[in-house]
Ligand binder design. Structure first.
Ligand SMILES: Nc1ncnc2c1ncn2[C@@H]1O[C@H](COP(=O)(O)OP(=O)(O)OP(=O)(O)O)[C@@H](O)[C@H]1O
Ligand SMILES: [Mg+2]
Length: 153
């Protein structure tokens, strides 16, 4: 388990952090993104998607809860999930995340809505306000060793 933090001075830095994770993303990976309203979680996922070759505008899944990106729009299937509007953790079982992770990567905003420790193998990220910018903190389990933090950072 590796823990650390990274300053995100502006929106471009949040996007760039997403790009960096996206370049090492594999099917079966879960990336959880905690942080208060407007922290920059969706911005990060837009970076992830850009690394997977997505060229469009990625909307926030706030209302849809799940937006699934599939090849050929992306090089790897990615489910962008936002649990903010979930009222009962039982609803989450109906989203089919467990099945999706067999062949897709998952990026999950508001993972805390699912209760505790649902994705123990996830790269667990939190974005917190820091002056006019943000700070990214992470917990990276063994599955991410050599991938995050980036070897050259
Ligand atoms: N590092 C940063 N410094 C300053 N502003 C940032 C940074 N990263 C993202 N932002 C800005 O924060 C705002 C909210 O971003 P975003 O929609 O990604 O947040 P979110 O965490 O997904 O919000 P929500 O909780 O509503 O889903 C945007 O205007 C974005 O440009
Ligand atoms: Mg969001």
């Amino acid at each position: 388990m590796n823990e650390g933090e990274l300053p995100l001075a502006d929106e471009a830095a949040t996007f760039a952090a997403g790009l960096t994770v996206g370049r090492v993303l594999r099917a079966g990976d879960v990336v959880t993104l905690a942080g208060s309203l407007g922290a920059g979680k969706t911005t990060f996922v837009r970076g992830l998607l850009a690394a997977l070759g997505f060229a469009g505008e990625a909307p926030s899944p706030s209302f849809a809860l799940v937006i699934a990106y599939e090849p050929p729009d992306v090089s790897l299937p990615l489910w962008h999930v936002d649990l903010y509007r979930v009222e009962d953790p039982a609803e989450i079982a109906e989203l089919g995340l467990d099945d999706a992770v067999a062949d897709s990567a998952l990026a999950i905003e508001w993972p805390e809505m699912a209760g505790g420790n649902v994705w123990p193998e996830a790269l667990a990220l939190t974005i917190v306000p820091d002056g006019v910018g943000r700070r990214l903190t992470w917990t990276a389990p063994a599955a991410w060793q050599g991938r995050w933090p980036p070897p050259r950072s």
